[in-house]
Write a protein that binds this ligand. Structure first.
Ligand SMILES: [Cu+2]
Length: 115
């Protein structure tokens, strides 16, 4: 399951990167609902700008990656757009930092920055 999610996230990203390199950065969409993000793994490239597009299906959630200094709200009915140019490679955990119920503590995912 995890592997399939990763492929689904990677294909449109590569496609968009090839077509739109000279225009807008590729969009990486991440959704949230109690108590999970989807996809749970997102892969981006070191030094390549991307636009994170964050949405929520149910209630307000938080989106935080402390290691990259990122934090924002994910608000139902709205897209939160966050420009990111990864400046270090590695695996970085993102998680919800707004208490949203009993599964809140397990609500996380991984941003992989490939060098
Ligand atoms: Cu939460």
């Amino acid at each position: 399951m995890k592997r399939r999610l990763l492929l689904m996230a990677g294909v449109p990203l590569a496609f968009a990167a090839a077509r739109l390199a000279a225009e807008a950065p590729p969009e990486v969409r991440i959704g949230a609902k109690k108590f999970e993000f989807h996809p749970t793994e997102v892969t981006v490239q070191l030094g390549q700008p991307v636009l994170l597009v964050l949405t929520s299906e149910d209630r307000i959630h938080g989106f935080k990656i402390p290691d990259l200094g990122i934090r924002t709200d994910m608000i139902p009915g709205q897209e939160t757009r966050l420009a990111l140019t990864p400046s270090k490679a590695g695996r970085f955990t993102f998680f919800c930092d707004i208490f949203c119920g009993e599964g809140h503590d397990e609500m996380d995912g991984t941003l992989i920055v490939e060098a």
